[in-house]
Design a protein around this ligand. Structure first.
Ligand code: FE
Length: 344
């Protein structure tokens, strides 16, 4: 079944990787099939550690998009056991498409705080990422902006750059604003932010930081791990060097908005027991350490320390608003982005 699947996916420009267990153990201990929207450099070391520990072989399909569509097309015959993806929006899409099943596990519940998992066990977060303000070192004084709410202050008119309001990361942030402030206030905020844009919303998170370096804007909104990615890239390091990181607070709290990457068990999972073992392993301290630090993210397991490099960028408390509340308000947020004409 995996071979057939492999052929189909290769035909649509997806990469396939099979990580084999030590000789002689794989057949006895079985396998688990992973559809991953997360990149090979992140996932392969984790799956290798899992196989080394359990003897369970892993088969991975790496995709850039379309996993839920693929699962729907495959239906009950899908060989996938688990889906790995970024963003609460995509985890929620998988739930709404009916391609995942609820999982009850004392281990998962012990390792992952309640706000970082679906109350019904249909998805579990594995890493968290903070949505930050990147502020020009030259033109924004430290402490001059400390909250998301202040992004709507007219003092920043013509000074802010963001990607599309409809991108998952901005939709989740707006959904969090709606959850904290209610629709009316959140919409007022979005209008204020839109009025402060230096240019039409465009590009990706890193592109906004580049625009700060080039003087086009003074503030950008972006996920924290892009800071690490830019520092590690000789061409982009000057972009990162031009900004200070601000961990903004939300709604008068001391908390910062976070999004997640996570995992869900598929409805049709043919290797259910092994899938559960993989999910539990990925939430364990051993895996959480590798998982979060490989992409400059934060572990969800509170017993695991942040990687020293990421910790050096600043401390923050994640917003305690359950991600499931954000998932529920995503549609309202997308409609608001349209009403305000944020991308226009
Ligand atoms: Fe990203």
């Amino acid at each position: 079944m995996i071979r057939t699947l492999t052929g189909a996916f290769l035909g649509s420009a997806m990469a396939v990787s099979t990580l084999l267990a030590g000789v002689g153990t794989a057949a006895a201990d079985g396998e688990v099939n992973v559809y991953s929207l997360r990149q090979p450099f992140l996932i392969e070391p984790l799956l290798k550690a899992f196989t080394d520990k359990t003897g369970i072989k892993t088969n991975v399909v790496f995709a850039k998009d379309g996993v839920v569509e693929r699962m729907k097309a495959e239906g009950a015959n899908s060989p996938a056991d688990v889906i790995l993806t970024v963003d609460i929006g995509r985890l929620n899409d998988a739930v709404e498409a009916g391609v995942v099943q609820p999982v009850a596990s004392k281990t998962l519940e012990a390792n992952i705080p309640a706000s970082f998992r679906d109350p019904e066990g249909r998805w579990f977060a594995l890493t968290q990422r903070a949505r930050l303000i990147y502020a020009s070192k030259d033109r924004v004084k430290p402490g001059e902006i400390t909250s998301y709410e202040e992004l709507a202050d007219p003092k920043w008119k013509g000074r802010i750059c963001t990607r599309s309001g409809k991108h998952d990361y901005n939709v989740a942030l707006l959904a969090a604003m709606i959850a904290h402030h209610g629709e009316a206030k959140a919409e007022e905020w979005l209008k204020g932010l839109k009025a402060n844009l230096a240019r039409k919303a465009q590009g990706n998170d890193r592109g906004q930081v580049k625009a700060v370096m080039e003087g086009e804007c003074d503030l950008a909104i972006g996920n924290n791990y892009y800071y690490g990615a830019m520092l590690a890239n000789p061409e982009q390091k000057p972009w990162a060097d031009s900004v200070n990181l601000v961990f903004p607070t939300i709604a008068g709290s001391k908390d910062t908005h976070v999004n997640v990457s996570g995992i869900a068990m598929t409805k049709s999972a043919p290797n259910r027991d092994n899938a559960l073992k993989l999910m539990e392993f990925l939430s364990s301290p051993e895996a959480q350490e590798i998982y979060a630090s490989a992409n400059f993210e934060y572990p969800v397991n509170p017993t695991v320390a942040w990687s020293p490099e990421v910790a050096a960028w600043g401390k923050f408390t994640p917003d305690s608003l359950p991600l499931s509340a954000i998932a529920e308000l995503r549609n309202a947020a997308v409609k608001m982005v349209d009403r305000v004409g944020y991308d226009g």
